[in-house]
Write a protein that binds this ligand. Structure first.
Ligand code: NBX
Length: 820
């Protein structure tokens, strides 16, 4: 496809007619946006056709990434970049009478995920395509994504996120590929012996796929992400009820079926255990495996080759019922014997764990699985039977070990342990940062790591440099491209290391500071708009953006802010560096403790911002509705990155990588990937504080008295007392009593124990900031030394350690029609 501005413009006008049925003169902004998007999409579709043909011809091993969540972010800017059509699009947009940026702002972000896990999935798909790896991402097309957050009186309010209300130009529905998914019912014997049985579902629903294009950067490859939605069959609508005026009853069945993919569960890290959630998970798994088998059979017949052509990466335990489902397909539907089916299944699956919190390890009541998926329950029992016999062979008579490792937990209620099923049914298991993988092997999954040490790997997370540097931070990217002599760093992020030798270059430092300042100005405009808070673009931008969770310790950050506030109140001339504290993040709607902390941040912010003395130095801005789009605005402006979780709790973190890559200096604990960031950027360019994982575990195991810290530390006492006294809740002493009690009497996450170390370290941050050259040097070093945290490297690690797949190059002139 040729791409001069004239061709692009003609193509766009044709698309305006064909897709919107309107004219240049009467095109609305949304008409213009949609038409432009479709015109960009045309460039990708052509590449996709060539990719599909190349994959068909090569019949390679495919990576199938199974994830209940994807946080893709806006696609407009990214697709402009990946098709290199920005200039043509600018000209075409203005021909329709609109600035390109106004149209880009109409692009909706599909919020089909909660946080890190969902965004990681999107970054990995981007890097898979960039590395020319044949891959498909499978997920759920939720009608409503992660809720839209707003604040009322400082408290979080949740509104539904109807992300595709206006339709989305990036999505192609494929109603012809609908398939049936069963639930409930019973199982029956086949004639003949063996484990083969027939499942007779009590309810069937239709799964309809749609796909979005996932282009690689600087390559011809365009992969896809396939999303499933539940649709009722046309006979689900009860015309009889409708005619009788019973309109609610008429659509009851339709609603019942379509509710399966209605809404993303907004709970990260804590399990709700709702039946509908299990239905969602199985729905994804059933649709996806049928699709994978269909794709396999396009070019292959014998299931003995299945594992040579298929690797399925399970993103946490949410899709783990896929292991039982593949066994069901192979044994019941394709009549393979059990051992052969199990050999294939085990080779196909790989499992990534994303947590260390025991409460986040999914289990499902046996009674529920028996009812919803009766055949799968039988299969899980059979897998368990063989597995426990294997454990017995390795550890004869060790009954306690068998009880610990069983796929079924017996007490206090019989439940299926999904993480155990995942490990038993996979050939590779990985954590997402070195510390996390070590703790998985040494603690959470110790028994399994002892039995099968060769299965356990580390694959440290990474992030997309295209999205989080090139697109989010065009100013810094421009400078990098100029200094590094081209854009090659976007495919090889290790090239950033070349900057290191220029870290003391005055001219570079000046440019670097200027860019940060202008990024802070952009952020200030948004903050003013979204919150009314005015921030000083010269103040240090201190950023804490992540889900609200007690283990992440937003509360520790609050205690620091209150401490600085008190210092200024007690002495208006106190030596406090001007700072803007920027917060972003949502709390699960049912997680009351986290929601109280959100209200407290807003309460402290209101007090600080309104205080005539403190507000001269300090401002607090809580940007509502944190999402990928907001991240792209906040991260480039950040000077200080808050990564302050209790050590041993954060599996990896990926915001930490995005911020460091954009030249923010980290203040953090030795947790998750912070350790690897510090190892790389150097301890002189990282502010470390607090107990490490071993110390924290010891503190928690021994006698821990959080109140003693309160009693001994006057600044800590003053901060806690102020919260308790109603200073941040209009005098209401009860408002935050649950928060105060939790840290004074339980303090599960060692906020009190780490407070002094944190505040002292923050004083050292102030000291470093005052020396502008020193700070800028630290900032440059962070960018220069974070090339390792590219998701491209993560994909290389998965390829070598887990997937063993080869790239397929897509030629520029590949035949567009698939052979035979
Ligand atoms: O996955 C996150 C971890 O907390 C991060 O440390 C890590 O960097 C990231 C990527 O590996 N986990 C996460 O985001 N979990 C969820 O979003 C989640 C969603 C639903 C659910 C449980 C967890 N039921």
């Amino acid at each position: 496809m040729t791409d001069n501005a004239d061709d692009f413009g003609r193509n766009m006008v044709a698309n305006l007619y064909r897709h919107r049925g309107t004219t240049v003169e009467s095109a609305s902004a949304r008409d213009a946006y949609h038409t432009l998007a479709v015109t960009i999409r045309d460039r990708l579709i052509e590449r996709y056709a060539r990719t599909a043909a190349a994959h068909y011809a090569a019949n390679p091993r495919f990576v199938y990434y199974l994830s209940a969540e994807y946080l893709l972010g806006r696609q407009f800017e990214q697709n402009l970049l990946y098709t290199d059509t920005r200039e043509q699009a600018r000209v075409a947009a203005s021909a329709l009478g609109y600035p390109l940026d106004d149209l880009a702002a109409l692009d909706a972000e599909p919020g089909l995920g909660n946080g890190g896990l969902g965004r990681l999935a999107a970054c990995l798909l981007d890097s898979l395509a960039t590395a020319d790896i044949p891959a498909v991402g499978y997920g759920i097309r939720y009608d409503f994504g992660i809720f839209t957050q707003s604040f009322r009186d400082g408290a979080q309010r949740e509104l539904p996120d109807d992300w595709s209300h206006y339709g989305t130009p990036w999505e192609f529905a494929a109603p012809d590929d609908r398939l049936e998914v069963g639930f409930y019912g019973h199982t029956e014997a086949y004639n003949g012996s063996g484990p083969r049985r027939r499942w007779v579902p009590g309810e069937t629903v239709l799964g309809e796929p749609s796909h979005m294009l996932v282009p690689g950067w600087g390559t011809e490859t365009v992969n896809i992400i396939r999303l499933w939605r539940a649709v009722a069959s046309s006979d689900s609508f009860d015309l009889g009820h409708f005619s009788a005026g019973r309109y609610g009853d008429a659509v009851e069945n339709v609603t019942h079926v379509e509710n399966i993919t209605r809404v993303l569960y907004p709970d990260d890290s804590t399990e709700l255990g709702r039946e509908l959630r299990l239905k969602q998970q199985y729905f994804l798994v059933a649709c996806t495996l049928r699709d994978i088998v269909r794709r396999f059979r396009l070019r292959n017949e014998d299931f003995d080759h299945f594992a040579d052509k298929v690797v399925i990466q399970l993103n946490d335990t949410h899709p783990v019922m896929a292991i039982a489902e593949l066994m069901r397909l192979l044994v019941d539907e394709y009549a393979l014997d059990w051992d052969r089916a199990w050999g294939i299944t085990r080779r196909v699956f790989a499992y990534t764990c994303h947590t260390l919190l025991p409460e986040a390890l999914e289990t499902w009541p046996v009674s529920l699985v028996e009812r919803l998926l009766p055949r799968h329950m039988e299969i899980v029992y059979l897998i368990n039977h063989h597995f426990l016999a294997d454990v017995e062979r390795h550890f004869p008579g060790d009954h306690d070990r068998k009880r610990r490792m069983s796929l079924i937990q017996e007490e206090p209620e019989r439940r299926v342990r999904m993480a155990h099923l995942a490990v038993v049914g996979s050939s590779a298991v990985n954590g997402v940062a070195e510390l996390h993988s070590d703790l998985l092997s040494a603690e959470t999954l110790r028994d399994f790591a002892q039995l099968w040490p060769e299965r356990f790997h580390n694959v440290t997370n990474g992030v997309s440099s295209r999205r989080f540097l090139r697109i989010a931070n065009p100013r810094l990217s421009g400078l990098l491209t100029e200094r590094l002599g081209g854009e090659e760093w976007l495919r090889d992020l290790d090239l950033l290391a070349d900057l290191e030798s220029h870290a003391d270059d005055r001219a570079l430092q000046e440019r670097w500071r200027d860019i940060k300042r202008r990024n802070r100005e952009d952020l200030a405009l948004h903050v003013k708009d979204a919150t009314g808070v005015v921030i000083d673009p010269d103040a240090m931008c201190d950023v804490m953006i992540k889900r609200f969770h007690e283990y992440k310790r937003q509360l520790l950050k609050v205690l620091h802010i209150v401490t600085l506030y008190h210092r200024l109140r007690d002495d208006p001339a106190a030596d406090v560096v001007p700072r803007t504290f920027v917060f972003g993040g949502k709390a699960a709607p049912g997680y009351h403790a986290a929601k109280r902390i959100i209200a407290l941040v807003n309460g402290v912010g209101a007090a600080v911002n309104a205080d005539p003395v403190a507000s001269r130095r300090l401002r607090v801005a809580f940007v509502p509705n944190y999402n990928v789009t907001r991240a792209e605005l906040i991260i480039p402006a950040a000077d200080l990155s808050e990564q302050i979780s209790m050590a041993g709790k954060e599996a990896s973190g990926t915001g930490n990588m995005k911020l460091a890559l954009n030249g923010a200096v980290t203040v953090g604990t030795l947790d998750g990937a912070n350790i690897e960031i510090r190892d790389r950027v150097g301890d002189e360019n990282f502010f470390l504080f607090g107990q490490d994982a071993a110390e924290a575990a010891r503190t928690r195991r021994g006698y821990y008295d959080p109140r003693s810290f309160y009693e001994r530390d006057p600044e800590l006492r003053a901060a806690v007392d102020a919260i308790a006294s109603g200073a941040f809740s209009g005098g209401d002493r009860g408002a935050f009593s649950s928060v105060v009690d939790s840290i004074l009497y339980h303090d599960e996450y060692l906020v009190m124990a780490d407070y002094r170390s944190y505040v002292d370290t923050q004083d050292a941050v102030d000291g470093a900031w005052r020396d502008a050259d020193r700070w800028t040097r630290m900032s440059i070093m962070n960018t220069a030394r974070c090339g390792f945290f590219s998701a491209d490297r993560t994909i290389r690690d998965y390829r070598e350690r887990v997937w063993h797949v080869d790239p397929v190059r897509v030629g520029p002139h590949h035949p567009v029609t698939a052979p035979d």
